[in-house]
Every structure is written in C-alpha cells, then in structure tokens.
Design a protein around this ligand. Sequence first.
Ligand SMILES: *Cc1c(COP(=O)(O)O)cnc(C)c1O
Length: 372
Amino acid sequence: MNLPLRPELIGVAPYGAPHPDVPVVLNVNENPYPLSQRVVETIAARVAQAAVRLNRYPDRDFVELRTALAAYLARESGVSLPPMQVWAANGSNEVMTHLFLAFGGPGRCALTFTPSYSMYPEYARDTHTEFVAAPRGADYGVDVAAAAQLLERHRPALLVLASPNNPTGTALPLSTTKALLELTRTSGPVGPGGEPTATVVVIDEAYGEFRREGVDSALTLLADNPHLVVTRTMSKAFGAAGLRLGYCGASQEIVDALTVVRLPYHLSAVTQAAALGALEHQDELMAQVASLRAERDALVEWLRGEMALTALDSDANFVLFGPFEDRHFVWNALLERGIIIREVGPAGYLRVSVGTPGEMEAFRTALKEICA
Ligand SMILES: *Cc1c(COP(=O)(O)O)cnc(C)c1O
C-alpha cells in the first residue's frame, strides 16, 4: 500500500549503533561500570514508593528532581541555578528535540560545525528545520570569524555545539564560546514585528563531567547570556544510559518555551524516582568519573607513546586515534578479537570508549597485535 510517508523519510534507516554480543563493548561511550548494589537498592526503594501512586499522573513539573539536579550542577560546576531554570526530559536527545520544536521549524535553520554528533541533523529533519553544517577549523575548534560570516548569511535560530565534542573528544575553549555568545545576540531570524532576535546557542555537555582540570563548563556563562542552553545527561558520567534522563540549564525564558512544546507528563514517575535515587549517590559516581578520566589520560599517552599514533587530547570518556591506512581493517580485526569500537570521525581515525582497566588491557593487547 502507498502510505503518505513524508518524502524526506522515504528509504531512511533508523539511527543506531550496532549492538553485537561481544565481551568488550567500547563503541557507544557508556560508563563501563554497572551501578553498585547500594545505588540499585536506593533506586528500587524509590521506584517502589512511586509505584504506589502510579494510578495518578506524575508531577509534570518534576520539582523535586529539578531541585536535585540544580544542587548537583552547583556542586559539579560551581554554578547555582534556581531549580526552575533546569529542564529535564527522556535523555538529552529529548531536551534537544524540545529546543528544536520551540525554536526551529519551517523557514528556520540550525547551524553546527562538523565532525560532530550524528543526531543533530535528525532533530532538524524531524522538526522541518533547515540544517547547515560547516567544517570545524584547526584542532577541531570553531573559527570565530568563519562563524560570524555563517551567522550573518543564514541567521540561524539555533547554533548547536558539542563540547566536549563527539567524536573528537575536544572541548571548546570558554573564550570561543564567549565570543560566539556575543556574535549571536542579534543573529537569529527576523522576529514577527521585523525586530532582530538572538540565535539560541546550545552547548551539548553530554561529556561535561569528564573535562580535564582547568576546562570550565559553559554553565559559568549562563548568568550573562539568556540565549544560552547547556545540556547534560545522566547517560555517560552517571552510568545510567538505560535511565533516559537528560537535562539542561538555561534562562527562564528558554525553559518556559520548552515547557510549551513538551508532551503532557513527559517524564514518568518511575523515571523521576530512579533519577532521584541515582543522584543520592553522586559521591560514589563522581569518584568513578575520576578513575575513568585517569584511565583515559593513560590511554592517550599509550597511543602516542608506545603505538606512535596520533591521539587527540580528550575531555570526554573516549579517545579518537589514528590515522590508519585502512581503518575498517583495524576495526574489524578488533571485533574478531571480541572488542567493538566505533568507526566514525575523520578519515583513517577510530573512536574508542574508555572501559574498565581489564577492558583497556584487552584493547591494548589486541591493538598491539593488529599493528605489529
Ligand atoms: C551520548 C551523547 C548524548 C546523550 O544523549 P542521551 O539522550 O542523554 O543519552 C548527547 N550528546 C552527545 C554529543 C552524545 O555523544
């Protein structure tokens, strides 16, 4: 039967990395450590409590969760936000969808700099927003002068930048973000009364907690920039990718706009309860992030030293390395040894997530063998 599928969706495959059943999974930047028994018990108790009231709709404003997330952000980045300036949804992917629904749309455009996260064009497609991708500059940074020209030419409603970026692992210097925030105060589409509008600048800090010492979060810029959104997630540092909880800090105007486009009761009572349970144990989870960071730095050093490869400085929980004449061969040879990493990013490069010490040892042994 001929179904009236939107023309731009015809023949399009759904997004998703392969999930083969292999012993060492280092391809989707998950936290390699399962939640501890203590955390599991807290979550289970909280969910049981929530289950008693599942006949009722959940708190649609999830005030308790926003309060806990604001307290966590204050501790993690030193930036205190009123709880109502924190917004959450089912993964930062849904937060991003809310942003596109509120600020994108037909006749509007979103700008990004590539290589970057492959979901961004999908949010644009799904919301009928034109998508403009320009190449990143030296060291995968964003050239401010090039950005200024693109902003003037396209007048984007959204500028989306991952920092630390995926798949490169590199963070934008705060000075670049500041310069972009100055350029975007009036660079958006013309408003309904002919007035200039801002471009909403989204800094995707999905890997924010893994940033190195001295790298500041863009959260520190929120106070002076009502057009800034900083997104975070519990999928990576918190070891809770299965929870589907992403969130952002932004001005009250932006959060009010996101509230308009969300589906009713989008965050289930079960999700809210489980997230609160995980947040109760933030000390334990933050200690784990510190050891993953150390493991990452050791990996970069090993790739550069012993393997004489290029490995980018990483502020995330993965490392982009290469170049290989035939990266698919290397990827496949690792898979044959029970290790899956990601074939993504600039030609010749591969991305590996940071795993447990045992997983990293297996990766090092296999890569040495393959490159010998
Ligand atoms: C993993 C990742 C996310 C996380 O998405 P969730 O929906 O929160 O799981 C967001 N942005 C980037 C760049 C990522 O790599």
